[in-house]
Design a protein around this ligand. Structure first.
Ligand code: PXP
Length: 238
């Protein structure tokens, strides 16, 4: 079965709208676990727009499933990752003005630095995932850093219309084939929904998806547990 990481950043987005205590990120994580999520994904952004430092420490204490800690490869956040020791860090690009993570990490353009970051994580038994666009040179650069897995950015596929959908799926399929020749695990994420998941689930070698916005948006109407169950059904082998 393809594993599901639920990104609960947007629970914190709602909480931060009032700078209060609700909705609780910890309660959300517990519901995700109860509904069958395999991991909890959180992004501690440098601008702290949703998840806060205390969330990360509280989740690290409370979680029964893996934490996938999304982060920019910058010293401040690296120090926090080294302190909490999540199961996995997923290195992502971060721009201050962006609405969400736009585009994958340019691993090829900063290979030496990212190789150092990977070694620092491995020294603490933390797995490293690279969030990259489905491009062969980025897959090869990720492998060269010693990363354990890559998360292919599915946002272009999710946003595509008409012929663009087949074009984006072809890029993902070609990347999946290249990944199969590396020791790295294959994950996917961004913009995935119950409706657009099937062709992604069919990609050879896919082990994990991370889904946030659609699950939290659906949860407003049908509840978090049901929203997760819908996705788990869509991930199940037919
Ligand atoms: N994976 C990564 C690396 C991300 O940065 C995000 C967005 O925070 C997601 C998955 C989830 O994307 P979405 O919220 O569109 O499902």
């Amino acid at each position: 079965m393809i594993e599901l990481g639920v990104n609960i950043d947007h629970v914190a987005t709602l909480r931060e709208a009032r700078k209060g205590a609700v909705p609780s990120v910890l309660e959300a994580a517990a519901i995700c676990e109860g509904a069958g999520a395999h991991q909890i994904t959180v992004h501690l952004r440098q601008d702290r727009r949703h998840i806060q430092d205390h969330d990360i420490y509280e989740l690290a204490e409370a979680l029964n499933v893996r934490m996938n800690f999304e982060m920019a490869a910058v010293d401040e956040i690296i120090a926090i990752a080294h302190d909490i020791v999540p199961a996995t860090v997923c290195l992502v690009p971060e721009n201050r003005e962006e609405i969400t993570t736009e585009g994958g990490l340019d691993v090829a353009g900063q290979q030496a630095w990212l190789t150092e970051v990977v070694a620092g994580m491995h020294a603490r038994n933390i797995r490293v995932s690279m969030f990259i666009d489905p491009e062969i040179d980025q897959i090869e650069a990720s492998a060269a850093t010693g990363a354990d897995c890559v998360e292919l950015h599915t946002g272009a596929y999710a946003n595509a219309t008409g012929d663009g959908i087949a074009r984006e799926l072809a890029r993902l399929t070609e990347s999946a084939a290249r990944l199969a020749d590396t020791p790295m695990g294959f994950h996917g994420g961004h913009g995935l929904t119950v409706q657009n998941l099937a062709p992604i689930v069919a990609l050879p070698g896919l082990r994990e998806v991370n889904i946030g916005h659609d699950i939290i948006a659906r949860a407003v109407f049908i509840g978090l547990e049901e929203a997760i169950k819908e996705i788990l059904v869509a991930l199940s082998p037919v």
